[in-house]
Write a protein that binds this ligand. Structure first.
Ligand code: FAD
Length: 517
């Protein structure tokens, strides 16, 4: 993973000349005056952990599994939001841990947590490092030091139960590896977020992730049937039946807790049979309102495609659903509908009737296959845009169908008001019977301080989301960036309940301090 950007550096892409021109003419984007920093020149706080503590940690996880090199610290300093990348490109590694600790199993995690609690060392669990909400940036005030607890060595498929259709994994398994391991059994999770290439199963659970095929396979939290969690105060082993009436479901306290309540050390996940057939196709809907109505009809009355995505007019015009064809978009609103698994042609035919009934025009399989082909390439495009002097960032929310138009307008207006004349695009890509998510992509010319510029816009969008009745996050989580808005969403009593839980499982406050609560 590129330390200051996304993905495999070999896949980095030059911006097509047409896009450069568009950015300049439409948004006034100019190349940044200062070149991006090199890895060696990243500034970090001096490592604070005493040698005796480093020795004690090495005694628990083994020599060679406590890293203190400049590079290891830089690589664990931040997540992958645009402000994270802008700061790294500016050589600002302020969030870096003192050491990176790689435990080999549950027992080692539990021992590390006990040691860190006793010595007041902050612990930031690290999965794939793809957080976009500031989930990985350590608060070090009042601590003897900070470690990044990298779960990369805990990467095993532990068990497959083909009768119950569940599989037990360790948390550090990257998503592509999970799919590869399950494919050997003819199975799949069906979880394909845009961060698929690097994110891990533990990170998906800790941040309540949702993938591009959520209409067919559900969100990641729908897939979690059991969890083992290590805390400084002991272990939790949760989920002994598919559903239970035995009190409140404690799994729900752990899902989305972002390392603030404990470290997920194993997950039992519902799996599905790998689909024999996959078909993706495109439709043109006359406008966002008509498209939204069509998606609502499919979500409420069926049939529900496995992938269902609607771009608004601006996103369609720019062609964002096809990063390989940016700038080559069309009029109207693009719908991508994908069908996997059983009864593909029957579902496709019935969904076609619904889409046609809302004014949809079929575009055939080419746009669908193009979307599927380019579905993980947009983050590479972000790097090229940042280098060219454009800020590009995304934010997301969800609301009930009746509130969605108001939510859409409020967020758009907030972003336009905060940034002058940015490009604001939106799509719906997760639908439910009662509502849907809205996912915004914003592109603007970088000011002298692009981080402050984005923080201003983000603040305005967060306020608009809260006031328009949306949730502060549908699938990115809370981290540090959404903490204030999350507190507004759940109210003072809600915050006090979370605080009480944290005080019980983590009385010394060492677990990911500053995240969530
Ligand atoms: C380009 C890009 C595209 C993205 N697209 C999507 C998308 O389509 N859908 C989506 O849902 N998200 C998306 N994300 C967000 C991100 O990928 C998800 O939040 C993902 O769940 C993070 O997984 P990770 O393994 O990288 O976790 P990390 O980023 O390493 O960690 C996330 C948080 O969980 C904590 N944590 C990690 N592992 C554990 C554990 N085992 N136990 C306890 N706490 C833990 C961390 O401390 C941190 O607070 C995207 C991010 C990027 C950069």
């Amino acid at each position: 993973m590129l330390w200051s950007g996304w993905g495999d550096p070999a896949k980095a892409r030059e911006l097509p000349e047409q896009v450069r021109r568009l950015l300049h003419d439409l948004l006034g984007v100019r190349a940044p005056a200062v070149p991006a920093a090199g890895l060696e020149s990243v500034r970090m706080p001096p490592a604070a952990l005493e040698p005796r503590l480093l020795d004690a940690l090495a005694g628990l996880v083994g020599d060679g599994h406590v890293l203190t090199t400049h590079e290891a610290r830089v690589r664990h300093a931040r997540g992958k939001s645009t402000p994270d990348l802008l700061r790294m490109r500016a050589g600002d590694g302020a969030g870096a841990p003192d050491a990176v600790v790689l435990p080999g199993g549950h027992h080692e995690v539990a021992q590390v947590l006990r040691l860190c609690a006793a010595e007041r060392i902050a612990v930031v669990p690290f999965g794939g490092g793809t957080s976009v909400v500031g989930g990985l940036t350590a608060a070090r005030d009042g601590f003897a030091g900070v470690i990044s607890l990298d779960l990369g060595r805990m990467d095993r498929l532990v068990e497959v139960d083909a009768e119950s259709m569940t599989a037990v994994f360790e948390p550090g398994v990257p998503a592509p590896e999970a799919e590869r391991l399950l494919a050997a059994h003819g199975l799949t999770l069906g979880h394909f977020p845009q961060s698929f290439e690097y994110a891990t199963l533990g990170g998906f659970a800790a941040a309540r992730s949702s993938g591009q095929a959520s209409a067919g396979y559900g969100r990641f939290d729908d897939m979690v049937t059991g969890l083992t969690v290590a805390t400084p105060e002991g272990d939790l082993d949760l989920g002994r039946a598919p559903k239970s009436a035995a009190g409140p479901d404690l799994r729900q306290l752990v899902l989305g807790s972002e390392g603030a309540f404990g470290v997920i050390t194993s997950l039992r996940l519902r799996v599905r049979r790998a689909p024999a057939e996959k078909v993706y196709e495109g439709w043109r809907l006359p406008g966002f309102a008509a498209g939204t109505a069509a998606l609502r009809a499919l979500a409420q009355d069926g049939p529900l495609p496995t992938v269902l995505r609607l771009s608004d007019e601006t996103e369609t015009m720019i062609g964002l659903a096809r990063p390989d064809r940016i700038g080559g978009g069309e009029a109207g609103c693009l719908v991508i509908a994908g069908y996997e698994g059983a009864s593909v042609s029957a579902r496709r035919e019935a969904a076609a009737a619904v889409l046609s009934g809302h004014g949809g025009v079929p575009l055939g399989e080419e746009p669908g296959q193009g979307w599927a082909h380019g579905r993980f390439s947009a983050p590479y495009l972000r790097d090229s845009l940042l280098a060219a002097g454009a800020t590009v960032e995304t934010l997301e929310t969800a609301g009930f169908w009746a509130d969605l138009p108001r939510l859409y307008d409020a967020v758009r207006l907030a972003l336009l008001g905060a940034l002058g004349s940015p490009l604001v695009m939106c799509h719906i890509s997760h639908v439910y019977e009662t509502g849907a998510s809205l996912y915004f992509t914003v592109v603007t010319a970088q000011e002298d301080d692009p981080v402050a510029q984005w923080e201003r816009a983000k603040e305005a969008a967060n306020t608009a989301i809260v006031e328009a009745g949306g949730t502060i996050s549908h699938h990115h989580g809370v981290g540090r960036d959404h903490r204030a808005a999350y507190a507004a969403e759940i109210g003072p009593l809600g915050v006090a309940i979370l605080r009480a839980v944290k005080d019980r499982v983590d009385p010394r406050g060492v677990l990911n301090p500053g995240a969530l609560v």
